[in-house]
Design a protein around this ligand. Sequence first.
Ligand SMILES: Nc1ncnc2c1ncn2[C@@H]1O[C@H](COP(=O)(O)OP(=O)(O)OP(=O)(O)O)[C@@H](O)[C@H]1O
Length: 362
Amino acid sequence: MSNIIVELKHVGKRYGDTQVLKDINIEIEQGKFYTLLGPSGSGKTTILRAIAGFLDVSEGEVLFDGKKINDVPANQRKVNTVFQDYALFPHLNVFDNVAFGLRLHRMSKETIQTKVTDALKMVRLQGYADREISELSGGQQQRVAIARAIVLEPQVLLLDEPLSALDAKLRKDMQYELRELQERLGITFLFVTHDQEEALALSDEIFVMNDGQVQQSGTPVDIYDEPVNHFVADFIGESNIIPGHMIKDFLVEFNGKQFECADAGMRPNEPVEVVLRPEDLDITAADAGKVNVEVDTQLFRGDYYEIVAYDQLQNEWLIHSTNPAKDGETVGLTFDPEDIHVMRLNESEEEFDARLETYEGD
Ligand SMILES: Nc1ncnc2c1ncn2[C@@H]1O[C@H](COP(=O)(O)OP(=O)(O)OP(=O)(O)O)[C@@H](O)[C@H]1O
């Protein structure tokens, strides 16, 4: 039996002449933590709204448990949403906020009491039932919003940037709590964020969005190590993206030199982009490394120095180093062949996967 709970098939959304979602194909399995990650306006919230039933899609199918739900009203879908601003009722106390949906379903007093108590325990707010919403911190309000959503036992919980209003410290604490809660409840979370660190830390699987399209989907490690295009490489983590040419399989040219690499499957002499992560570069003496660069500036980041340098072709290189360098000094950079990730220009995710499969095991 398929484990897929939510599926979008060729989903598009238009507002007038503007296409805000283009051919979205997404499969969401039961019990996992998924993230829609992308910059503002990339279409993340629109996807959530399409799944929740708050908007009609212009093209394609939305399926829940294998059944098309395009025409099922929002209140009959087995999903719940936690909104960015929490949307709590300010005139109701914590208990009544959480009980609201249960009362709409006309449950008995005893059942409501038990379910609300359990939900508040789940989000560690036992003892807060009688508090007014205005007497809660941002993080506590956040938890009430989650309790209100999970009390209805949805199979899928949609979370639209639920941590964005919190300060950095609380946000980090809540990230741990959310992940732990998802594991404890065993339900599917579909989480929206524009914060790549948050997405990498929390998710089983990430959909990277840009311009109404899914650019890449995969585990955090896949997406970080094997970005399929310039947008993903640039958006996820920090990268050096250097223009070059693929000479032949496992040999790439950039910065006027040839380097062994782990990539294959491109045309001989095909123009490519080479991705090297700042933490994969080591500094050595000038002429002793693979590329010479001149140090321009550096910033102390606590556990490393972030160094900006330029090569002879004026490509910018970002280097993370435990040791400082001197401004204006020429140094050598070393890196391993497997740290070089070669990207084809404008390759789609499908083409990338097909190419990877052909060469897997080589
Ligand atoms: N009702 C609407 N009418 C017209 N355009 C809309 C409407 N709702 C959303 N859009 C547009 O659709 C695009 C995608 O919006 P969406 O809210 O899904 O992006 P997002 O990735 O969630 O962004 P953010 O992180 O800023 O919330 C945006 O360009 C937005 O302006």
